[in-house]
Design a protein around this ligand. Structure first.
Ligand code: ADE
Length: 226
C-alpha cells in the first residue's frame, strides 16, 4: 500500500509514523507513507497556502492552487483508489470502513486546517470524506494518523501475530474481553482461574462470554449490529 498525505503541518505527522507498528509496517516494505508539505506547491513568493474567506468572516481558508498543484502532480504518477479529505463532515470511521480501506493499493489523504478548504477542492478532487468522530479537531493531521493506524495494522504481515488484528475489539461488533499478565495475584486481586487452567476450549468460551457481556453492558448498540 502507498499512502500520500498532504498537509500544511508535516511535522505533526512525523511521530505517529515513526514508532511501533506503523514504523514496522514501513520498514517491512508493506506500506510506503509519503508526507507532502502543501507549502512547497505554493506559487507566490510568500509561499501562501491560505487566504481570507470570500464574503467575510473569521478564519483563514486553504487555497485551491497549492493543493491542486500537489494533487495533480501526484495523480500524474499514481492512480489512487481514493482521494480522501479528513473532515468532521465525512462518513464516520468505524471498523468496517477501516477493513474496507485496508485493501487499498494507493490512497491520497488531504488534511484540512484553519477554517477549512476552498470548496472547489472538495468538488473537483476529493472522492471520499472521512470523519473520526463528531467533534472538531484543529486540523486533519491527527485524524489522518488515526485513520492510517486503523488500516495499516490490518495489512497482512504488519502485526507479527497475524490473528491479532482479527481479534481486536469491533471485528465481530464485539468489544475485546479483559486480558491479564503476571503476577497471578496482585495484593489479593486475582486473575480469573480459568485463564490459568490450561483448558483452551474453556478459555475461548470464557473470552467469548466476557466479550458479549462487556458489549451488552457498555455498547449495546454495537451488539445489535450483528
Ligand atoms: N478535521 C477536523 N475535525 C475532524 C474530525 N472530527 N474528523 C476528521 N477530520 C477532522
Amino acid at each position: 500500500m502507498r499512502i500520500d498525505i498532504l498537509t500544511v503541518l508535516p511535522k505533526l505527522l512525523e511521530s505517529p509514523f515513526d514508532h511501533s507498528i506503523l514504523k514496522r509496517a514501513q520498514n517491512k516494505g508493506l506500506v510506503e507513507v509519503n508526507v507532502h508539505d502543501i507549502r512547497d506547491y505554493a506559487s507566490d513568493k510568500h509561499k501562501s497556502v491560505d487566504d481570507y474567506v470570500y464574503g467575510g468572516g473569521a478564519g483563514m481558508v486553504l487555497m485551491i492552487e497549492p493543493i491542486a498543484n500537489c494533487i495533480n502532480k501526484l495523480k500524474s504518477k499514481t492512480e489512487y483508489d481514493e482521494v480522501i479529505y479528513m473532515s468532521p463532515d465525512g462518513e464516520l470511521l468505524d471498523q468496517k470502513l477501516s477493513n474496507q480501506y485496508s485493501l487499498s493499493i494507493n490512497l491520497l489523504i488531504l488534511c484540512g486546517h484553519y477554517k477549512g478548504i476552498d470548496e472547489r477542492i472538495r468538488e473537483h478532487f476529493i472522492t471520499k470524506e472521512i470523519s473520526i468522530g463528531d467533534y472538531v479537531l484543529s486540523g486533519g493531521e491527527l485524524a489522518a494518523a488515526v485513520f492510517c493506524d486503523s488500516i495499516m495494522r490490518l495489512i497482512p504481515g504488519v502485526i507479527s501475530d497475524e490473528t491479532s488484528a482479527l481479534t481486536d475489539s469491533f471485528q465481530d461488533n464485539l468489544l475485546a474481553p479483559p486480558v491479564y499478565t503476571r503476577p497471578a495475584n496482585y495484593e489479593g486481586h486475582e486473575v480469573p482461574p480459568v485463564l490459568l487452567s490450561g483448558h483452551q476450549a474453556e478459555i475461548d468460551k470464557w473470552r467469548q462470554e466476557q466479550a458479549q457481556a462487556r458489549t451488552a453492558e457498555r455498547r449495546p448498540k454495537l451488539d445489535n449490529l450483528k
